[in-house]
Design a protein. Structure first.
Length: 237
């Protein structure tokens, strides 16, 4: 009842519009430009997944899971710390952005620890602590934000790491990679009739041209890799 009266008396009780930090619309144009500039200028090791320099534009399409990981653990912390760390107490937006930075760093710290190739009991406790700090901070900064099942599921990650070890042994990246390969396979919008794939020894037929195309594509790709791996293959190839 008290919160309802507050909302009726104050058109912006949470300071979203006054500070330009409404949930889902926190970054302003200048900050987006600064992040894009940092991404373009940052010298990264060759093994680190690249992130589109024009991040935030529709032209680059959806980010892949590995790109989100690289963005959250490398590019975004550098930019946000540069933009928001210096607090100006006379500026409402500056104060609020620093609070958002603290919450964001809790999430990113949890991600970095959770995706480490080694783990320990101390790591697991830290992951749990960072996740709780993130969720509590998120609810405090954005009380009207509705949590999703993924938020609840993330709290079980420390338990899974304790049971199964580092996430690299059981995470879904290999499956995501295969899904990406399947999506890039041209089907010409055909499903086809019942076909038997030559060279496959099975008791049943494979249904449709689409499945046949996928199977042939996988076989060709694996055969090509085997050729490249043979001893004596010219270096120019």
């Amino acid at each position: 009842m008290q919160r309802t009266q507050q909302l009726e008396n104050d058109p912006d009780p949470l300071g979203h519009y006054a500070t330009g930090t409404k949930c889902g619309y926190v970054l302003n144009v200048e900050e987006v430009d600064a992040i894009q500039s940092d991404i373009a200028c940052l010298i990264r090791p060759s093994w680190l997944t690249s992130v589109p320099a024009q991040l935030g534009n529709a032209s680059h399409g959806k980010l892949k899971a590995d790109q989100w990981h690289a963005l959250g653990t490398t590019f975004l912390p550098i930019s946000l710390v540069h933009l928001w760390l210096d607090e100006d107490e006379s500026n409402q937006r500056s104060v609020r952005c620093l609070q958002i930075l603290d919450v964001t760093m809790s999430l990113l710290s949890a991600v970095i620890l959770a995706t480490s190739r080694t783990t320990s009991s101390d790591h697991i406790d830290q992951i749990q602590g960072h996740l709780l700090d993130y969720l509590n901070g998120l609810k405090q900064l954005f009380p009207d934000y509705k949590f999703h099942p993924n938020h609840h599921m993330s709290l079980h990650i420390p338990e899974y790491i304790k049971l199964f070890g580092p996430v690299h042994a059981w995470w879904a990246f290999p499956f995501e990679r295969v899904v990406g390969m399947l999506q890039r396979t041209s089907s010409n919008y055909k499903s086809g009739d019942y076909l038997v794939i030559p060279g496959f020894h099975c008791s049943s037929t494979t249904t449709g041209e689409y499945e046949s195309t996928i199977a042939h594509s996988f076989v060709r790709a694996n055969n090509l890799r085997n050729i490249f791996c043979r001893a004596g293959t010219p270096e120019v190839i």
